[in-house]
Design a binder for this molecule. Sequence first.
Ligand SMILES: Cc1cc2nc3c(=O)[nH]c(=O)nc-3n(C[C@H](O)[C@H](O)[C@H](O)COP(=O)(O)OP(=O)(O)OC[C@H]3O[C@@H](n4cnc5c(N)ncnc54)[C@H](O)[C@@H]3O)c2cc1C
Length: 416
Amino acid sequence: MSFTKEMVDEGVMKVPEWWLCPPGLEEFRKKAHQVGRDVLLIHSMTVDEQKMFPKESLKAMAEAGFGALPLPKEYGGLGAGYKGFAVAAETFAQYCASATMVWVMHTVAVQAMFTIGTEEQRNRFIPGVLKGDIGALAFSEPATGSHFWNVVSEAPKLDGGYLLDAHKSWVTSGGEADWYIVCTNYPDPTPDKGDTLMFVIVPKDAEGIESFPFSAMGLRGNSSGPMKFNHIFIPTENRLGTEGGMNQYNDQIIDPLFLLGTSGCWIGVAQGALNEAIEGAKMKVHKDTGKSVSGYQVIRHEIAKAQIIIDSARSMLFRVAEAMDKAISEGKTLDECLYTLWQLKTYAADIVIQVTNMALQISGGRGYLTGRIEKFVRDGRAGALMGPTNEILREWIGKSLIGVPWFETWDYRQAK
Ligand SMILES: Cc1cc2nc3c(=O)[nH]c(=O)nc-3n(C[C@H](O)[C@H](O)[C@H](O)COP(=O)(O)OP(=O)(O)OC[C@H]3O[C@@H](n4cnc5c(N)ncnc54)[C@H](O)[C@@H]3O)c2cc1C
């Protein structure tokens, strides 16, 4: 929303900058808007109509430095922290949800690689990321559905590496990414490793990879289809972390970043839809009453209600992101922010459904026609379904509030 000096002079209330952006990130946000307006917006309808992977948009994001956003500056990142990640996700999603979601998953994969990886692995993969390589997360499996932290696939040990066999149900950037972090099991972990979960890095050209098409209601440019990793030899140097014992990283990196980034994305989708609806309501004039749609009080009330809902979610987003930056600066891990992230993601994924529908109603029949408003409604619907789903998150929140453990450990060998 932008207000000119004249409008202010005419008594139009100005929305304070600090309400829209955490102090210190104003220029950063402007840059994200510029990439969004100049590139993501231009490609977004074609990406959706043709189910096209948003290569041009991702290239522009990487060229503007957003490809490795949370990494420290000495590794080529923007050093913008998690507040920067939240701001960028929220901004980009106002223009193209498909490109934003691919970028969010990529950012989580890059951060996981950076945090868990060895110096050698960082040096092998991060320079490519700075030039536009895309990373992806292959976690969810058909056998365990929404419980993506419990997988049944495994990669037993061979001489010099492991043999991976895994069927994955959804992989954003499937068949398009340059490398995948695949979550699997190591069948024989030493007892002190705690759990069997193991992460391996699979480059796109590994023999035995199969990816399948993605056709969905929204996020149609995401290429989030199933994948098969058939009998793939994984050299030891491509194991990310330990042989088993990787469950803690779901809580410390993968989930916190994913929950923050996707929340930003859903809030941005809601804002994008409302912005579009406001523009439309101002433009459409009824000849008989001489009023624009925005001239009706009931419509203005709907606009106000929608913006208040978005801003309440955005306030949560910035507050949680700030807590994450603080935790890291104090040498703590991000699992201490998990509870607040569950609330944030549940809320963001709920309100995007509510607000995109309000935007559609404000837009009338025009909103129902194939176009940007209708696309925002479809894109935003994915939020509540994406793991951890809103049902699961509400259960974890509820359990925490009544003071019982939220997580049950499970050994995949029980399913054999
Ligand atoms: C667009 C998109 C992109 C995705 N990208 C990726 C990706 O890049 N990588 C990846 O690993 N995964 C990805 N996923 C998968 C995602 O994280 C979920 O695992 C997936 O959406 C769950 O779908 P399902 O059909 O298996 O659900 P099901 O498990 O069949 O769930 C069906 C319903 O049951 C509910 N339910 C399930 N378990 C419980 C429970 N314990 N308690 C209460 N309710 C429950 C669910 O909330 C849901 O309403 C993606 C999903 C989508 C939609």
